[in-house]
Ligand binder design. Structure first.
Ligand code: ATP
Ligand code: MG
Length: 417
């Protein structure tokens, strides 16, 4: 037997309705916020991520699936969605379309990580990118979109943490203060953080190594260093969230993974799914588009991990509706009845009614058992006398109530029940 590669998963037919429900809800919420779908390739030139995610990130440092294709180009499977969207924005000249450009994506992502609960090598994200606006109301709107989706899905028991990590100017001042603070313990930091100390010291605050965590405990806080412009922006985001009735906590420890984040950063975190508690993370990235060779265009967005979301929904007992259940199972009792069932099923399906009939030549008892197993709402028996009379004997499985319906009225019955 050949197994799936480590860190990947099959989504089986018995589970896929949950994914469809989450994806459809995400699409509906995005639509209400006037956000359109964007689909970018599964792989990009490696440079898109090394420049667009940043050299000091875990993703670029150790998690990318990078290989040379047969033409000798360095190719990387997308580890996240933002860089590809930013590349597409620049390449397609979307800067000259009506701004802001508001897009969402549903995509798989690939990261070479140690698999564990809520951490896979192939996983899925729902993400939003709002490009072209500096206004704090678009930061608030982005956060609100994520919150609306969680509400619509019936997800509770999470906390929204927000922070501001300032702009290039105030970050430089903060980095200087942070470096000074860390300089005494530089030799105790992990190797990755030693590198971050040079490239992007703030990222040390996001390190999961316990020694690094201990060292950064008393570190200076970015919010004490941000400039007036960044402070006002942050205050406005907070007040808009309050107006929208979105509870949040300010947490100076939220710094996010990408190198080009600026100002607002946020995470939705749950305590119900173990160590990998961050379901959704995002923020403003005013430097990204120019980093990828585009104009100086600001942006804000988030990515939400669908596996973690599903884990949370299951752990807190959210009942995910299955809209794919069979409405009507047709149970023919012989050859000519089977032909009739085929004809009726075709007519029902043409009307979009989910319908099934016997493909296994089962006896009537076994057909009922099968219909029960697949959760069919009605079973319609067609025996020789029904065939003669032009009717079908319907049984509602949940109640046991039986009704006779003429073949000609079957579609109408199925639509109304
Ligand atoms: P973490 O700190 O858990 O590694 P991250 O900062 O790397 O997360 P992002 O790059 O912000 O995560 O990705 C956004 C979301 O995608 C995460 O909040 C999470 O829900 C999900 N995610 C990230 N990596 C994985 C993974 N390997 N497997 C499953 N979901 C993931
Ligand atoms: Mg990670």
């Amino acid at each position: 037997m050949i197994n799936v590669p480590k860190g990947t998963k099959d989504i089986l037919p018995s589970e896929s309705y949950k994914w469809q429900f989450i994806e459809q809800t995400a699409r509906d919420v995005a639509k209400a916020f006037n956000v359109s779908e964007i689909r970018t390739p599964t792989f990009e030139h490696t440079e898109v991520f090394s420049r667009g995610v940043g050299e000091s990130t875990d993703i670029v440092n150790k998690e990318m699936y990078t290989f040379n294709d047969k033409g000798g180009r360095s190719i990387t499977l997308k580890p996240e969605g933002t860089a590809g969207v930013a590349r597409a924005f620049v390449e397609n000249g979307l800067v000259s379309s009506a701004l802001p450009v508001k897009v969402y994506y549903l995509t798989q992502c690939f990261r070479y990580e140690r698999p564990q609960a809520g951490r896979l090598r192939e996983f899925h994200q729902f993400g939003i990118e709002m490009l072209g606006s500096n206004a704090p109301n678009i930061d608030a709107e982005t956060i609100l979109l994520a919150k609306t989706l969680l509400d619509k899905l019936g997800v509770t028991g999470y906390t929204l943490y927000i922070n501001s990590i300032g702009c290039k100017e105030c970050r430089a001042k903060y980095h200087a203060a942070l470096k000074e603070y860390l300089s005494e313990n530089l030799d105790k930091l992990c190797n990755l953080c030693k590198d971050r100390y040079v490239k992007n010291p703030m990222r040390i605050l996001d390190c999961k190594n316990p020694d690094c965590k201990e060292i950064t405990k008393g570190a200076p806080k970015i919010l004490d260093y941000i400039c007036d412009d960044c402070k006002n922006h942050f205050e406005k985001v907070k007040s808009l969230l309050t107006i929208a009735g979105v509870p949040f906590e300010v947490d100076a420890g939220i710094v996010r993974g990408l190198d080009y984040y600026t100002k607002t950063v946020f995470e939705f975190v749950s305590n119900n799914i173990g160590a990998q508690g961050t379901i959704c993370g995002g923020g403003r990235y005013d430097g990204l588009i120019s980093q990828l060779g585009g104009a100086d265009v600001p942006g804000v967005g988030f990515a939400l991990g669908i596996e973690r979301l599903l884990l949370l929904m299951e752990n807190i007992g959210v009942d995910i509706p299955n809209f794919n259940k069979v409405k009507l199972y047709l149970a023919p009792m012989g050859d000519s009845e089977s032909e009739k069932a085929f004809e009726l099923a075709t007519a029902l399906r043409t009307q979009g009614i989910i319908c099934e009939f016997d493909h296994m030549n089962r006896g009537i008892k076994a057909q009922f058992k099968y219909a029960d197993k697949i959760g069919a709402k009605f079973v319609g028996v067609i025996g020789s006398s029904e065939l003669e009379k032009g009717v079908i004997k319907l049984k509602e499985m949940a109640t046991g109530i039986e009704t006779e319906v003429a073949f000609n009225d079957l579609i109408e019955f199925a639509v109304n029940n």
